[in-house]
Write a protein that binds this ligand. Structure first.
Ligand SMILES: [Fe+2]
Length: 442
């Protein structure tokens, strides 16, 4: 593989959960029977399974990797210090029963020196990686590419939502270029590293959100009466073509394993997979390809209509995590209060803003910020949004240049000490509703 740069024209394989096959060197993929006694070119054969062997066929994900050295070849592991990436619900923390919001985490401070791994901060988390339940909601602030450092997360898959700065994500299966507006989904256990071409070019640190999913893998939601087309279409997910690093030499492999961090030296690049086939692959997706569905008469449907990916729990329809986006869209409903109504939900909502303005909070919610509305915590449009929406002239109107999202979970999120003590915590958040007067006029 040539060293990934921002200008490299990348090739991708289209589809989500599809069987793909890709070889960086012609003839490296075994043909005919699955795995012969000796793989072509004497590569090592290695399986990466993302589900239990006996998971139902429609959920079963695994890929076969043909590589120059198996991933078991590494030096000894030693503890690695990563203070801000915590795992699961910390029940020692008193969870405030009110809406919480954070201003954008500042990009000054140590962000410029940190890479994608060292710059990771858990903002809030629920569940427990050991039980394979729940998610972590994280933000990264990073200004440095991972050069000869690689990372592997044994605790969960990672859904990455860049907010500022492009990412070049080198994985065992190939390379993904991901820019703000796009997302990347990296399977549990797959080795990767992240380069920051914009930060490298002097544009300053990069920032984004991550869902670390300890639970069932993300998949496309069922479409029900919508039919066979709509929301995120499978063909718009892009997996990388096989690519491997030619240059030899040592790497440091950082591993997240049971909530702890470890490091080990490797003599060779872990990006040494020459060919692969299977249906477990890293993918990227451009949210601009999301087919938005909404009301074309009056009122609005529940925000589940904006679900891109879902990680189910064992209760049907009650997700471990739904990844939901609020992209640009037309508002055409008649006699309707168009922003979200005031509400208290069973599901807990961690929300972020990639760009623009969110219609329920036109002023206070900034790109790079976050909000947390836990189970049964009341929230809704702020005073300004309420006033505007109740008096608006309801002409067709396009919400443009905006992208907000939610990690929505059945489990309450507990913010970390880092998040609760951060100067970015908006201690005046509740004031945005304080001016809503009793307007009852019998
Ligand atoms: Fe909400």
């Amino acid at each position: 593989m040539t060293k990934p740069t921002a200008s490299t024209e990348r090739r991708y394989l289209s589809g989500f959960g599809n069987e793909h096959a890709s070889e960086a060197v012609a003839g490296a993929l075994p043909q005919g029977r699955n795995n012969p006694q000796r793989a072509p070119f004497d590569l090592y054969t290695e399986l990466l399974s993302g589900t239990a062997f006996t998971a139902p066929r429609h959920e079963n994900r695994r890929s076969w990797l043909y590589r120059r050295q198996p991933s078991v070849v590494s030096g000894r592991y030693q503890p690695y210090a990563q203070a801000h990436w915590t795992t699961g619900a910390d029940r020692a923390i008193a969870l405030p029963p009110e809406p919480l919001r954070w201003h954008p985490l500042p990009l000054d401070g140590g962000a410029a020196e940190a890479d994608f791994i060292d710059g990771m901060h858990t903002v809030a988390a629920n569940g427990d990686a050991e039980s394979q339940v729940g998610i972590g909601s994280l933000m990264y602030l990073a200004g440095r590419s991972m050069e000869r450092r690689a990372f592997v997360n044994a605790d969960g898959e990672m859904l990455i939502v860049p907010q500022q700065g492009r990412l070049v994500i080198t994985t065992e299966l190939g390379v993904l270029d991901v820019k703000p507006g796009e997302i990347a989904l990296l399977p549990r256990g797959m080795v990767f590293k992240v380069a920051l071409p914009d930060s490298d070019a002097g544009a300053g640190p990069s920032r984004g959100y991550v869902c670390e999913n300890y639970g069932a893998q993300f998949r496309l939601p069922e479409l029900g009466p919508i039919g066979s087309n709509g929301l995120a279409n499978a063909r718009d997910f892009q997996a990388p073509v096989a690519a491997f690093e030619e240059d030899g030499g040592a790497y440091e492999l950082v591993k997240k394993f049971g909530g702890r961090f470890w490091k080990a030296p490797t003599k060779q690049s872990p990006f040494n997979v020459v060919a692969w086939h299977g249906n477990l692959a890293p993918v990227k997706y451009d949210t601009a390809n999301f087919m938005v569905i909404g009301s074309i008469s009056f009122d609005h449907p529940d925000p589940s209509i904006f679900t891109v990916l879902t990680s189910p729990s064992d209760t049907p329809g009650t997700a471990n995590c739904d990844f939901v986006i609020f992209p640009p869209r037309w508002m055409v409903m008649e006699n309707t209060f168009r922003p979200p109504w005031f509400h208290r939900n069973l599901m807990s909502e961690f929300m972020g803003l990639v760009l623009g303005e969110y219609d329920a909070k036109p002023g206070g919610f900034k790109p790079g910020g976050a909000s947390l509305h836990n189970c049964m915590v009341p929230h809704g449009p702020d005073e300004e949004a309420f006033d505007k929406a109740t008096h608006a002239d309801l002409k067709p109107h396009k919400l443009d240049n905006t992208l907000a999202f939610m990690f929505e979970s059945r489990y309450r999120f507990i913010p970390t000490n880092f998040a609760l003590k951060s100067p970015a915590l908006d201690t005046d958040y509740a004031d945005c509703w304080a001016g809503l007067q009793d307007q009852f006029k019998p």
